[in-house]
Design a protein around this ligand. Structure first.
Ligand SMILES: NC(=O)c1ccc[n+]([C@@H]2O[C@H](COP(=O)([O-])OP(=O)(O)OC[C@H]3O[C@@H](n4cnc5c(N)ncnc54)[C@H](OP(=O)(O)O)[C@@H]3O)[C@@H](O)[C@H]2O)c1
Length: 253
């Protein structure tokens, strides 16, 4: 049995809490949040607290708090030499205070409180300053059904940067597509099979091989027509930049 104290009550902490509660080999000993109201509804299921001085002993302390809060919160922990990990993709391992055994437990997935997450589809990137702490982090990942990946800080920060492109930027492009369909009285839903196929295709083809469209073909007339069709200068600039990026990749300029 792996005992855990969870700190934070946002998107990631809420999903981790549910996953730990469903795992037979994990015992959530305590749940901390600076604002106790956020976890008050769980008070009958788990020991909740907003008082760092009352934290109980556990195998792993998980700081699932905003990136900027990790360093400060870890400094305030009233004990030493325990395994303390954060869940951030971009924050240094060294943000965890040096008086602790330091690690990272980064779930590479997008978490929103109201959207279900299938943890068997969450790659868990684990890192530990001392290699003897890694097996416990891997066991915790396994206990909630995740495949773990041992990465170093450079690899993790690279994955996080890449994740911004595949998730945040792609989602913003969906948003722009939504605006375009609305402006033209078309249904965004008609694009959903294309969105799914674009994602499915990279199971069998590299992103390079999977590319299609006017930029790759260098269909100049279509490109000019699209830019003219766009109403916002901002959208024109994004179209132009991405078109140039595709053309550069495919040797068109
Ligand atoms: N969301 C994702 O998709 C995702 C995916 C992978 C990793 N992560 C990482 O997971 C961590 C948490 O992200 P999240 O999306 O769960 O964040 P979030 O929903 O914004 O929640 C942030 C949590 O941090 C707490 N917090 C903020 N400032 C604090 C401070 N100064 N002292 C103590 N607690 C503080 C908040 O407490 P209050 O409730 O009191 O405000 C809240 O519980 C981040 O490191 C993030 O990079 C996020």
């Amino acid at each position: 049995m792996i005992s855990v104290v969870l700190l934070g009550a946002g998107n990631v902490a809420s999903h981790l809490y549910k996953a730990f509660q469903n795992a037979k080999d994990v015992d959530v000993k305590q749940w901390y949040n600076r604002n106790i109201k956020a976890i008050d509804s769980y008070k009958n299921d788990v020991d909740i607290t907003d008082d760092l001085s009352s934290l109980v002993e556990a195998d792993i302390y998980i700081l699932a708090v905003s990136d900027d809060a990790i360093e400060d919160l870890s400094k305030q922990l009233p004990f030493e030499n325990r395994l303390v990990v954060h869940t951030s993709g971009s924050t240094s391992l060294y943000a965890v205070d040096m008086k602790q055994k330091r690690g990272v437990f980064y779930p590479l997935q997008t978490f929103s409180k109201d959207a279900e997450v299938d943890f068997t589809e969450v790659p868990l990137c684990v890192e530990a300053l001392k290699k003897e702490d890694l097996p416990l982090l891997k066991s915790l990942a396994k206990a909630i059904g995740c495949k773990s990946h041992k990465v170093n800080s450079d690899q993790r920060q690279g994955l996080h940067l890449a994740a911004v492109f595949v998730n945040n930027f792609t989602n913003q492009l969906y948003r722009i597509a939504h605006e375009i369909t609305e402006a033209n009285g078309a249904e965004f839903d008609i694009l959903k099979p294309l969105i799914k196929e674009t994602a499915n295709k990279i199971e069998t083809l590299s992103p390079y091989m999977a590319q299609t469209g006017p930029a790759k073909r260098n269909d100049k007339k279509t490109i000019r027509r699209h830019i003219k069709q766009l109403e916002s200068d901002h959208h024109k600039a994004i179209y132009d930049l991405l078109t140039k990026s595709i053309q550069k990749t495919h040797g068109r300029r």
